[in-house]
Design a protein around this ligand. Structure first.
Ligand SMILES: NC(=O)c1ccc[n+]([C@@H]2O[C@H](COP(=O)([O-])OP(=O)(O)OC[C@H]3O[C@@H](n4cnc5c(N)ncnc54)[C@H](OP(=O)(O)O)[C@@H]3O)[C@@H](O)[C@H]2O)c1
Length: 201
C-alpha cells in the first residue's frame, strides 16, 4: 500500500519505518519538507497515498488536512493515532474527539482511530514484553477498518488483539483514556505498557 505519514516525530517515524520494512511504500509529509530528506508537503504526500496516517498533535490534525486540501484527501483511509491536549495537558476536546472532528470536516474520508492508547514503541512492537495486548479500532467504514487491520497485522498485532469498538464516535472513549494512560505510566515508572481487555469466560 502507499502510506502517507503526516508528521516526522516519534509516532510518524516509528510507524513509517515499520510499515516500510514490511513492504509498504511510505512517504512522509512534513511542514518543512526541505528540512528533512525524503519528505514532501502534506498535500503531495496525501495526493500520492492510499492511506494517510495523521501522526500530528491532535489539535493540529484538522488544520493540517485542511491545508493539504480536501480535494486530494477525497475518500482515502485516514488512520488517526493522535491525541489532543491543551498546553496544560488536559483533554482539548471534552465530549468530542479528533477522529470525529476529522470525519465531520471531511465527510468523504474514511477515518479510523487506532493505536492512540499506547506508547509509540508499543505501536510497532506490541508483543515485545506483553503476554496480552489490545488495540482499539473506531470508524464508520468497514472496508477502511479492514485496511487498517491489515496494517496493524504488519505492525505486529495479532488478529485477536484487535478490538473493533464500532463507529467513529467510539474514538471519544479511547482518546479519553489518556489521563488513565499518564497515571498508569507514573505508577509503573515507564510508558512502555499496554492496556489489555480480558473477557470473562
Ligand atoms: N509519542 C507517543 O508515544 C504517542 C502515543 C499515542 C499517541 N500519540 C499521539 O500521536 C501524535 C504524534 O505524537 P508524537 O509523539 O509523534 O509527536 P512529536 O514527536 O511531537 O511529532 C509530531 C510531529 O507533528 C508535526 N507537527 C508538530 N507541530 C505541528 C503543527 N502545529 N502542525 C502540523 N504538524 C505539526 C511535526 O512534524 P514535521 O516537523 O515534519 O511537520 C512533528 O514532528 C500526537 O497526537 C500524540 O498525542 C503519541
Amino acid at each position: 500500500m502507499r502510506v502517507a505519514v503526516l508528521g516526522t516525530g516519534k509516532v510518524g517515524s516509528a510507524l513509517g519505518t515499520k510499515l516500510a520494512s514490511t513492504g509498504h511504500e511510505v512517504l512522509y509529509g512534513s511542514r518543512n519538507p526541505s528540512d528533512v530528506a525524503g519528505t514532501r508537503s502534506h498535500r503531495d504526500a496525501v495526493e500520492w497515498a492510499d492511506v494517510v496516517i495523521t501522526a500530528l498533535p491532535g489539535t493540529d490534525v484538522v488544520a493540517a488536512l485542511d491545508a493539504g486540501g480536501a480535494d486530494v484527501l477525497g475518500d482515502k483511509v485516514v488512520l488517526d493515532p493522535s491525541a489532543a491536549f491543551t498546553a496544560e495537558m488536559a483533554m482539548a476536546y471534552p465530549g468530542d474527539s479528533v477522529a470525529q472532528r476529522v470525519q465531520a470536516r471531511f465527510p468523504r474520508a474514511r477515518v479510523v482511530k487506532t493505536l492512540n492508547t499506547m506508547n509509540f514503541t508499543i505501536m510497532v512492537d506490541p508483543m515485545s514484553s506483553l503476554a496480552a495486548a489490545s488495540v482499539f479500532v473506531s470508524g464508520d467504514d468497514s472496508k477502511a477498518k479492514s485496511v487498517v487491520r491489515l496494517l496493524l497485522g504488519d505492525l505486529g498485532w495479532p488478529e485477536e488483539s484487535v478490538l473493533d469498538l464500532g463507529g467513529v464516535e467510539t474514538a471519544l472513549a479511547t482518546e479519553h483514556l489518556a489521563p488513565l494512560f499518564f497515571a498508569t505510566a507514573r505508577a509503573l515508572g515507564t510508558p512502555t505498557f499496554n492496556f489489555a481487555v480480558s473477557r470473562a469466560a
